[in-house]
Design a protein around this ligand. Structure first.
Ligand SMILES: Nc1nc2c(c(=O)[nH]1)N[C@H]1C(S)=C(S)[C@@H](COP(=O)(O)OP(=O)(O)OC[C@H]3O[C@@H](n4cnc5c(=O)[nH]c(N)nc54)[C@H](O)[C@@H]3O)O[C@H]1N2
Ligand SMILES: Nc1nc2c(c(=O)[nH]1)N[C@H]1C(S)=C(S)[C@@H](COP(=O)(O)OP(=O)(O)OC[C@H]3O[C@@H](n4cnc5c(=O)[nH]c(N)nc54)[C@H](O)[C@@H]3O)O[C@H]1N2
Ligand code: SF4
Ligand SMILES: [Mo]
Length: 915
């Protein structure tokens, strides 16, 4: 256990939040067996004690009840047709080693692959990388970072020469202009957004520009929101440079001394007049000119500009150049290498950076080395004590799943990622997982979409149970420390990988294996990784676990002999390129792969909700995290809803060239006409069919191989029910029953329904909610569903049936409280009943309603609506009503406390206030 700088009681363990790349420090409260609470670590330099909605509910994901969804022991499927059955670790890993060895012997090392994750710890990552490249001799190891940070890494390398974010969080305090591009920071990096709010309060003159097609909560707070058309960033940045050139706001001295390639870029951007770009981007000339002026401060070099960017730039078929075009602006204006300046790529996952550091990708080598560099390959081989490492790039994520579908990759090991939810073009991904002969899934949760395809499921320890290190967005390494024992037979990812590697080595007759994997603990691994960074841009030879624990998290580089890490890079204007100069890239505007056309007229983008994390294996276990957006909905402009003869909240069919789903339409002011936004979180666990990524496409950027997850063309039409009828079923799960068990059972019962949304709502007493369209159920199906809903016993239930109209209502009332309800055929009262169940209100009114041919909720009853403040459970309707009644926001906050704890809803409160 760690030795924190400030003494903590023995039952508190300092660790790091397992969600986003902000990398907040947490203090885990526990009794040695069970996690009991979590709070922000006041000493951690990323968050100074604060946590967002997700971080502050981490302990609620680690309850005894959560064990029903955890993977607790290895499970093996003897054949594809057979169900998986529990097995022991020895059998499991012997089997895996035998399968991998057979494939390697028969088809060569490139017939196996690893698909790992930016959520692994650096130590886990290091071992997997060495296992693939060092032991097996294949570069077929790629990660979900390919869907995430790949374009940022290639963007940095093409311009600055190394994949190293130059700035730090503290720069927010020093900047005069913050340029947020393709980043919904308020939702995706909430604690960083708190720091932005603080910086703006300290320096009211600071400008904030947000570049995002949607009017997100982040954009809402901007001084200038550039709501450009999707995929047109390069035209915007080129035009900004055009203006800067014309106005002579660029810095020729810096360009001359520290860069190369400006002449070509200058010629390129000559064409990008503000008028031309305004046309491409759907912006006004004035907006572009203002953005250029603020970014360059009208040529005033004493002012600083910093950009922060994320998936809006990266997830594009020209993602690398989106990044480069923005970095060009920094280089041309010398806005880099000084406090408050520089291009800052926000990492998404908690250890996206660590993965890049150990070179855990199909195109990279350890310690930021390049695969196509013979010297680098030789260095890595020498470090590992092997003759050579393979030189040909391995299969990147999309290529890997293509190869699995084609049958050329025959065995795959998937760790800490859920591709059957998160990869684009799910029809292809599912085919790949079905075709691949041997699929190992190493998971903390047994119920993910991908786990269903596992021939071998290996249980992994997770947050609170793991130990190692992670690196956050600002190059800061933090310790992750174990607080409680592993659940069941779960093992650390690195430990399983090492055990497997040794067995595989034996199978392959490799006599060096024990020398390759000599580790007895995670620190051994980290020390080896540390050595691999010696002399590199990310040199951490001056660090140790002890330093990280005693002196707290540290930024790299931190070479031997250094007294501290480096807050900012490139302060001397010298870049890690052959010439020592940064390179301009002459970027040109390109279209997205899919354009809106007559058949697919809506440009759909995908992204994050505030309170959910990716496929929701963890956040989806906490009822209150659903409240902010309680069910799958596609956000559309009201005009597009009207044009289709739809009403807000109705079901729609969303179809792309690859697949279709059925979801609710949500009228939203955040998207322009002709555009739509679908949260990325809804996979087949939460929604019937293949989820959001049934629709997206696999086309990728030529340099980064990152797919265009942000842009697909879709058609949206009224959902025609055919023979199906609406079904809404809810169960209030009182203490003593495990809500996750109910959820899992309903998931099983509804797996075949083409449209079924399964969520939870509520707080202490969760209400499980199923909303579906189904054809008439058989008596058995109906009974199984009713058992899960606690509605099976006739003697305890109220029933109303109208056979002529095909309407049924069934409910159970316990102690005059509505405990469970099922509505079929007619569901208009569902919202009202749901609120009643969440609040535990008396069921007197409901009793009458349930036994009568009524459909609508009684008059005078309004639904609570979206919950904005998840800490104090305050809804948008309550806040709006209070404001309308003349209360000030301060009064509302004093009374209802909304926004006074974690602050994640502050941007929304500001939006409501400004209406
Ligand atoms: N709550 C929550 N936070 C998270 C995560 C989560 O799952 N949930 N995941 C983490 C991870 S792994 C990541 S990578 C980050 C992602 O963090 P972000 O990138 O900030 O989040 P997204 O919502 O994916 O996308 C950001 C914005 O890009 C915009 N966008 C779409 N197309 C374009 C375009 O052509 N140009 C521009 N300029 N913008 C465009 C979208 O409208 C969206 O608002 O979040 C991290 N944090
Ligand atoms: N349409 C669309 N799709 C997207 C995106 C988008 O914006 N739009 N964003 C993309 C991006 S940026 C990202 S990063 C990806 C994320 O996609 P995924 O990587 O699939 O996301 P997660 O759901 O976080 O998957 C992590 C899995 O690891 C498991 N897990 C948790 N802890 C551990 C552990 O310690 N060990 C092991 N072995 N397993 C563990 C979790 O239960 C979870 O199932 O999604 C991508 N997909
Ligand atoms: S901002 Fe929230 S999700 Fe991200 S690391 Fe901090 S507490 Fe965790
Ligand atoms: Mo990501």
């Amino acid at each position: 256990m760690n030795q924190p700088a400030s003494p903590a009681s023995p039952l508190e363990t300092k660790s790091t939040c397992c969600y986003c790349g902000v990398g907040c420090g947490v203090i885990i409260e526990h009794d040695g067996q069970q996690i009991t609470g979590v709070r922000g670590d006041p000493d951690h330099p990323a968050n100074f004690g604060r946590l967002c909605t997700k971080g502050s509910t981490l302990h609620l994901t680690a309850t005894p009840d959560s064990q029903v969804v955890r993977a607790l022991y290895p499970e093996l499927r003897p054949s594809r047709e057979a169900p998986r059955a529990r097995t022991d670790w020895d059998t499991a890993l012997r089997h895996a080693a035998d399968k991998f060895a057979t494939v390697i012997r028969e088809h060569g090392p490139n017939a196996v692959a690893f698909y790992v994750s930016g959520q692994l710890l650096t130590e886990d990552y290091y071992v997997f990388n060495k296992l693939a490249k060092g032991l097996i001799g294949t570069n077929n190891i790629d990660t979900n970072s390919r869907l995430c940070m790949s374009s940022a890494a290639t963007g940095y390398k093409q311009t600055l020469g190394a994949d190293s974010p130059p700035g730090c969080y503290d720069d927010l305090k020093h900047t005069d202009c913050l340029f947020l591009a393709g980043s919904n920071t308020a939702f995706a990096h909430p604690i960083l957004f708190r720091r932005i709010e603080d910086a703006r309060a300290l320096n009211p003159a600071m400008k904030m520009i947000v570049v995002d097609p949607r009017r997100t909560d982040t954009a809402e707070q901007a001084d200038l929101h550039l709501a450009l058309l999707p995929g047109t960033d390069i035209a915007l940045y080129n035009a900004m440079l055009h203006v800067m050139l014309w106005e002579e706001w660029i810095k020729p001295e810096y360009i001359g001394a520290h860069t190369e390639g400006f002449d070509v870029l200058r010629r390129t951007v000559r064409e990008y007049t503000p008028a031309m770009a305004a046309e491409i981007c759907g912006l006004t000339k004035k907006e572009i000119e203002t953005a250029a002026e603020w970014f360059a401060h009208g040529g005033d070099a004493s002012k600083a500009t910093m950009s922060m960017y994320c998936m809006g730039l990266n997830q594009s078929t020209h993602g690398t150049h989106n990044n480069a075009a923005l970095i060009n602006l920094h280089l041309a204006t010398a806005q880099i290498g000084k406090p408050g300046a520089g291009p800052f790529s926000l990492t998404g996952q908690p250890n996206a950076m660590g993965g890049r550091e150990v070179g855990g990708m199909a195109t990279l080598l350890s310690g930021h080395r390049d695969m196509d560099n013979a010297e680098h390959r030789a260095e890595v081989a020498k470090l590992w004590g092997i003759p050579s490492v393979p030189e040909q790039a391995g299969l990147t994520a999309i290529e890997l799943f293509d190869a699995m579908a084609a049958g050329t990759v025959k065995a795959v090991w998937i760790s800490c990622t859920n591709p059957a939810q998160s990869m684009p073009d799910q029809n292809l991904v599912r085919k790949a997982l079905e075709t691949c002969e041997f699929v190992v899934v190493q998971e903390a949760y047994r119920n993910t979409e991908t786990a269903r395809y596992a021939d071998l499921l290996l249980p992994a320890t997770s947050w609170g149970e793991k130990t190692g290190t992670v690196t956050n967005s600002e190059r800061r390494i933090s310790r992750v420390i174990q607080a409680v024992p592993a659940p069941g037979e779960a093992r650390h990812d690195w430990d399983t990988a090492v055990d497997f590697a040794r067995r595989l080595g034996n199978e392959l007759g490799d006599t060096h294996t024990s020398a390759l994997f000599p580790y007895t603990n995670e620190e051994d691994i980290w020390n080896e990784h540390r050595e691999s960074t010696r002399g590199r841009d990310l040199d951490i030879t001056g660090l140790s676990y002890a330093t990280l624990e005693q002196q707290g998290p540290q930024q790299w580089p931190f070479p031997q002999g250094a007294s501290g890490g480096k807050a900012r890079l490139y302060e001397d204007g010298i870049y890690p390129t052959a010439s020592g100069r940064a390179k301009f890239v002459a970027t040109e505007h390109k279209d997205t792969v899919e354009k809106a056309d007559a058949r697919y007229p809506i440009r759909m983008t995908t992204g994050r909700l505030r309170d959910q994390w990716h496929g929701m294996s963890r956040t989806g276990t906490v009822a209150r995290l659903y409240a902010h957006e309680a069910e799958p909905m596609i956000h559309m402009h009201a005009a597009d809803i009207d044009r289709r003869g739809l009403k807000d909240g109705e079901l729609v069919r969303v179809k792309s060239r690859r697949g279709e789903i059925v979801v609710k339409a949500l009228a939203s002011e955040t998207v322009r006409p002709g555009q739509a936004f679908l949260p990325m979180h809804w996979g087949s666990n939460a929604l019937g069919g293949l989820g959001t990524n049934a629709l997206t496409l696999k086309s990728f950027d030529p340099y980064s191989k990152q797919p265009e997850l942000k842009h697909s063309a879709v058609q949206i039409s009224k959902y025609v029910p055919g023979d199906s009828r609406p079904l809404v079923a809810m169960r209030r799960v009182e203490a003593g029953t495990n809500a996750l068990e109910v959820l899992e059972e309903l998931r099983k019962q509804t797996a075949d329904m083409p449209q079924a949304a399964l969520t939870m709502i509520g707080r202490e007493t969760p209400v499980v909610v199923l909303k579906a369209q189904t054809e008439a159920l058989s008596a058995d199906q109906q009974h199984a569903l009713d058992v899960a809903l606690s509605l099976a016993d006739d003697t305890q239930c109220l029933s109303y049936q109208d056979k002529r109209r095909d309407i049924a209502k069934r409910a159970r009332i316990d102690n005059n409280k509505l405990a469970a309800v099922r509505l079929t055929g007619e569901i208009k009262g569902a919202g009202w009943l749901q609120d009643m169940m969440v609040n535990g209100g008396t069921a007197t009114q409901a009793r009458q309603w349930l036994l009568a041919p009524l459909a609508e909720a009684p008059t005078g009853v309004t639904a609570r609506g979206k919950i904005i403040c998840s800490c104090f459970d305050v809804s948008e309707n309550e806040i709006s009503a209070a404001l309308k009644a003349g209360e000030s926001m301060e009064q509302v906050q004093a009374r209802l406390k909304c926004g006074t704890n974690c602050g994640s809803c502050v941007p929304e409160l500001k939006r409501l206030q400004s209406r």
